[in-house]
Design a protein around this ligand. Structure first.
Ligand code: FE
Length: 344
């Protein structure tokens, strides 16, 4: 969009998450969507890189004949197979779809940070595969070969068409609802539900003192993802405030249906991948856990609870399901928070 020479300063009230083309989309100040700036700063403070985590123990355990059972090896690989696709899909959606339509410069700032974090996560899976000497072809092709992964990815990717279309523009009721639908699918379902049975399995390994380097990486990823989810929720709730006409009863029903479908796909995934359960977590408890997670997501965007399930893995709340920004990796994280000064 061309700029006009003017002495009129940017008006914060014209700033919109989407459809704010009239306001400035270039300059950060004055900020309106301060949640995005907070998220950006939290992301920076939480910065990490996969290569900082030692994989020595994991390498020895993976090579040893008796440390991991065949079921555990299969679960580890399938979970990794899903992870390798998840963050690439999220990154593509940010860069090729969401970013183009977001008109708040501070929200764009966070999307840039988030896109980089998705790259770090994909790097992390590559690093695990390489460290353990796994067959890259096997792991990275799983989403096309393993039904349980294919079904989840296929569901998500079927929503790409609208926003990826170069001709797509927000500004009509249908298009704005399409944008919010995209946020619900990618943020609430993909980042907020589809990762969670896999997170639970990785924490299962960690609790047995197995594959702790890999599990530690997944903990960092989970912490980033909980921020991505928070940001997605703020975007959805922010659009609801700025454009309440988008949130029709029909659209709410549609959103609930999508989240229910995602929930079902996720516990089907867990049941297919861990038919006998793993680390004392059985197929039914995965279902309950995923339903419990889904209910929490629904409530945060103002939709009604669907399942009323209890959390069967209370230990996960500590490790995974951060309700607030809990800094449980004090050591490494604070190094970034305070280590920002470069010496030349
Ligand atoms: Fe993400």
């Amino acid at each position: 969009m061309p700029i006009t020479k003017t002495s009129e300063r940017v008006n914060i009230n014209k700033r919109r998450i989407i459809n704010g083309e009239d306001a400035d989309v270039i300059q950060l100040y004055p900020m309106k969507h301060t949640f995005a700036w907070t998220a950006y700063n939290v992301g920076n403070a939480n910065h990490w890189l996969p290569t900082e985590i030692t994989m020595q123990n994991d390498i020895e355990q993976w090579k040893a004949p008796n440390v991991l059972t065949p079921d555990e090896r299969a679960a580890f690989k399938t979970v990794l197979g899903f992870f390798t696709t998840g963050d690439s899909i999220a990154a593509n959606n940010i860069v090729l779809a969401a970013y183009r339509h977001v008109t708040s410069p501070e929200c764009r700032m966070y999307l840039l940070r988030q896109a980089y974090e998705e790259a770090i996560h994909t790097h992390s899976y590559q690093y695990i595969v390489e460290s353990l000497g796994l067959d890259e072809g096997e792991i990275f092709n799983m989403y096309r070969e393993v039904d349980a992964i294919y079904n989840k990815d296929e569901f998500i990717l079927s929503f790409n068409e609208g926003l990826f279309n170069p001709a797509f523009k927000t500004g009509t009721l249908a298009a704005d609802q399409k944008f919010v639908e995209n946020m619900i699918v990618f943020s609430i379902i993909m980042e907020g539900i589809f990762f969670y049975s896999s997170f639970a399995v990785m924490f299962g390994f960690q609790r047995q003192n197995k594959m702790v380097g890999s599990a530690e990486q997944i903990q960092y990823i989970m912490r980033d993802e909980s921020q991505h989810l928070n940001f997605g929720i703020n975007i959805i709730n922010g659009i609801k405030e700025e454009q309440p006409e988008v949130w029709t009863p029909d659209f709410q029903t549609h959103a609930v249906d999508l989240i229910r479908k995602g929930t079902e796909l996720e516990y089907t995934f867990a049941r297919e991948v861990f038919p006998k359960g793993i680390f004392g977590m059985n197929a039914d408890s995965f279902k309950e856990y995923i339903q419990y997670i889904a209910d929490r997501r629904l409530v945060r965007i103002g939709l009604p609870v669907q399942y009323g399930s209890q959390n069967p893995f209370p230990w996960m709340s500590e490790a995974i399901d951060l309700s607030k920004e809990k800094n449980f990796f004090e050591t490494r994280v604070t190094e970034y928070s305070t280590g920002g000064t470069l010496e030349w």
